[in-house]
Each structure stands twice: as C-alpha cells, then as structure tokens.
Ligand binder design. Structure first.
Ligand code: CNA
Length: 240
C-alpha cells in the first residue's frame, strides 16, 4: 500500500464521522458513462450537447427528443447497472457506524442498491417520476414501458424527479448536506469534476483538516485538499 493510501486508511480507521460527496465518476465502474471523462456523454456525438438536452427548456419545448435521450442514455444504463466496490464500501462503512451520509449528484439509485440508507440526492433520482399537471407519482418502469413521451391519464407529462439544468435544487436537501459537511471529520470527495454548481460549492462548508479528493482526473480543488489521489474510486476503496 503506498503512503497516500496508508494515510487515508488511518483517517478512515480512526473516524466515526466520515461524509462522502460524489458524482458520476462513482458509477463509471458500474458501466454508467459520466459526462466529462473521455468516454463520457460529452464526447459522444449528438445534435445537442447533453447539458442542453437535460434542461428544463428542452423538456418543455422538445419533449420527444428529451425522452429519447433520457431513456436511452440515462435510464437504461442505470437500470442495467449493479453497485460497484465503491458503492459497497460506503454502505459497509455506514453500517459499521463510521460514515454519516452519502451526498451524491448521481441520479442512478446505486447507493441505495448497495445498502446505503442516508443518501442525499442533490439532483434527484430517475427512480421517482411525477405528472407535471396533477402531481401523481409514477415508478421508473412506467417511463421505460411508455413508448415515446410518458403521459398521465390527466393528459400531463410524466417527468423525472430529477433536477434538470435551469431548475433549482431542493433547499431542504441542500441544508442537510451543508450540515453533514460542516460537521464532518473526514470528507471524501470522489468521482466528480466539481464544475456543476451549486453542488460543487458545498466543499467550502467543510471545516476539518482531512479533506480527501479521490478522482481519476485533476479538479480545480486539488490544491485545497489535504490528500489527493488520482485513481479509480472502486479500486482505491476496495483496498481499505
Ligand atoms: P462529471 O462532470 O462527468 O465528472 C466525473 C468525474 O469523475 C471526472 O472528473 C472523472 O475524471 C471522474 N471519474 C470518472 N470515473 C472515475 C472513477 N472510476 N474513479 C474516480 N473518478 C472517476 O460528473 P459530475 O458528477 O461531477 O457532474 C455532475 C452531473 C453529472 C450531475 O448533475 C449528475 O447528475 C450527472 N450525471 C450523473 C450520472 C449518474 O447518475 N450515474 C451519470 C452521468 C451524469
């Protein structure tokens, strides 16, 4: 085990107040492409960039194209995926009383599938859907089994309970995330490029001296971390 890993192991072993904050890179080892890696969705060729498609304007103005992309590129890979070593290790730490919460920008439900209980989904989840007219709730299967745009019996569109670009985050979830981060002993940030705000801004609420950045590529926050490891999350966490 190299020196950085030994430091991380020591911090983990000694703490019962770890908080994990992650993004799409947590799920790439489960086969779900992220946005910004070289084989991520931004590198694939579409008529529009993903952040244009996954936006409120696109959902309302080009609803059919939205659902075509959303179902094929976001829902199908997530439903086919299984939790990887990173999801499983975080769930194990929570069960052992060491980890307080997982705060995620992911919408794939894999932390819950791994057994994590306290999961704060900043950007919502594909698992929950609701009618934009009457508010009726629908499971993800309703969306996948509907041809084209999923419709409610009232005539409304059944949309994902996901925070799209141009939409605001749930303030209750944000407040809970801030509370966990500002009280954390060890904060591990992993699998996120830290460019999507306001989620990326959460890092500034951390007040401790064990900020771990565990990401495949460099981030703008590397210089603010106490420990930086550029490697695959699942490969690192499974060694701990
Ligand atoms: P991003 O901007 O695509 O960044 C991902 C980061 O993870 C990059 O810096 C990669 O280098 C890094 N990375 C990739 N694989 C690994 C790995 N195995 N181990 C460690 N690091 C890795 O994604 P962000 O989460 O930062 O951006 C936020 C968006 C992406 C959120 O709104 C998400 O909802 C959205 N998204 C979510 C999913 C999902 O739910 N699985 C998939 C794709 C996009």
């Amino acid at each position: 085990m190299d020196e950085k890993l030994l430091t991380l192991k020591k911090w983990i072993d000694e703490s019962d107040n770890i908080v994990f904050f992650g993004g799409a890179g947590v799920s790439t080892e489960s086969g779900i492409p992220d946005f910004r890696s070289t084989d991520g969705l931004y590198s694939q060729k579409y008529k529009y960039p993903p952040e244009t498609i996954v936006s409120h304007t696109f959902l309302t103005r080009r609803t059919e194209e939205f659902f075509e992309f959303y179902k094929e590129k976001m829902v199908a890979p997530a439903l086919a995926a299984r939790p990887n070593a990173a999801h499983l290790k975080l769930a194990e730490w929570e069960k052992a009383g060491k980890l307080k919460a997982v705060i995620t920008q992911n919408i794939d439900g894999l932390h819950q599938a791994a057994g994590s209980k306290e999961v704060l989904e900043l950007h919502g989840t594909i698992m929950k859907n609701y009618c934009d007219r009457c508010g009726k709730k629908f499971p993800v299967e309703y969306v996948t089994e509907s041809a084209g745009v999923p419709k409610c019996e009232c005539g409304g569109t059944v949309r994902p309970d996901v925070v799209l670009y141009e939409e605001g985050l749930d303030m209750g979830v944000m407040e809970r995330a801030i509370n966990y981060i500002s009280n954390a002993d060890v904060l591990i940030i992993g699998g996120t490029s830290l460019v999507v705000y306001p989620a990326a801004g959460l890092i500034r609420y951390y007040r401790g001296n064990k900020l771990v950045l565990l990401n495949l590529s460099e981030t703008s926050q590397d210089s603010n971390a106490d420990l930086v490891i550029h490697a695959k999350l699942g490969e690192v966490l499974s060694q701990l």
